[in-house]
Design a protein around this ligand. Structure first.
Ligand code: BTN
Length: 247
């Protein structure tokens, strides 16, 4: 991972540039990094706050030899890789919240956006975009996320140099991605369950049709969240918004 690194002072979105390079045929593991993004993309059409020099905003091109239905597994591989690297490198206790958030003490420090380019039963390429808030101060967050976002600096109580952290993240992504492809999904899923704060928690599920309460009981090998609802039935969620309620 990162054998070829394309560095930019500013881009609209590193995912956009990584997709362009992937279509040109760059090798797997190519990484696009930007100091800032003018149109950073989050999930569900949201914007991703990406101020200059204060975070790690990067995307990597992957070409896993899998069926497109396995894409959610890539997000889980990345979440495990990032949470473990952040813990080891900074000592900050990073957790995973299903499906793709990395939280510290309940606040979001990192988001992952995986975009797929596929034919019928074959992945052409995936672009995995990672946005990690590294040295953002509380006063700098936009008002709409100020209460729900955090940064590694705020949690660790010290400035975190970004280059060694990026190296640690890329090494960890490389390790967990290879582990998935060579040993199968079970080791990733095991670590994911260990780091996930959504499991065994009361949750509220938000859908286009409305919201309902339930209890998150497990995640399956496809990355779907199993939620037991109040009537006792079990819903399998492919993607979506889930908020945690107090136990
Ligand atoms: C989320 O909504 O949680 C996902 C956020 C992903 C943000 C990253 S920053 C680098 C890459 N480029 C983008 O435009 N988005 C992702």
């Amino acid at each position: 991972m990162g054998t070829r690194i394309e560095y930019f002072a500013e881009l609209p979105s590193t995912n956009g540039e990584a997709k362009r390079l992937a279509r040109e045929g760059v090798p797997e593991g190519t990484v696009v990094v930007a100091e800032s993004q003018s149109g950073g993309k989050g999930r569900m059409g949201r914007c991703w706050f990406s101020p200059r020099g204060k975070g790690l905003w990067f995307s990597t091109v992957l070409r896993p030899p899998v069926n497109p239905v396995e894409t959610p597994r890539v997000t889980m591989v990345l979440a495990v890789a990032i949470a473990t690297a952040v813990r080891k490198h900074t000592g900050v206790p990073a957790d995973i919240k299903w499906p793709n958030d990395i939280l510290v003490q309940g606040k979001k420090v990192c988001g992952i956006l995986v975009e797929l380019n596929a034919e019928m039963d074959r992945v052409n390429f995936l672009v995995a975009g990672i946005g990690l808030n590294v040295n953002i101060d509380r006063k700098d967050f936009p008002l709409d996320v100020a209460d729900i976002a955090t940064s590694l600096k705020l949690e660790a109580g010290r400035y975190i140099p970004r280059v060694p952290l990026l190296r640690a993240l890329l090494e960890s992504i490389d390790k967990w991605y290879r582990c998935w492809l060579s040993d199968g999904f079970a080791p990733v899923l095991g670590k994911w369950r260990e780091l996930c704060i959504t499991l065994d928690c009361p949750v509220t599920v938000h859908t286009m049709q409305g919201s309902y309460d339930g209890h998150a009981i497990d995640v399956d090998e496809k990355g779907m969240l199993l939620v037991r609802t109040r009537d006792g039935s079990v819903q399998r969620l492919v993607a979506g918004e889930v908020s945690l309620r107090k136990k």
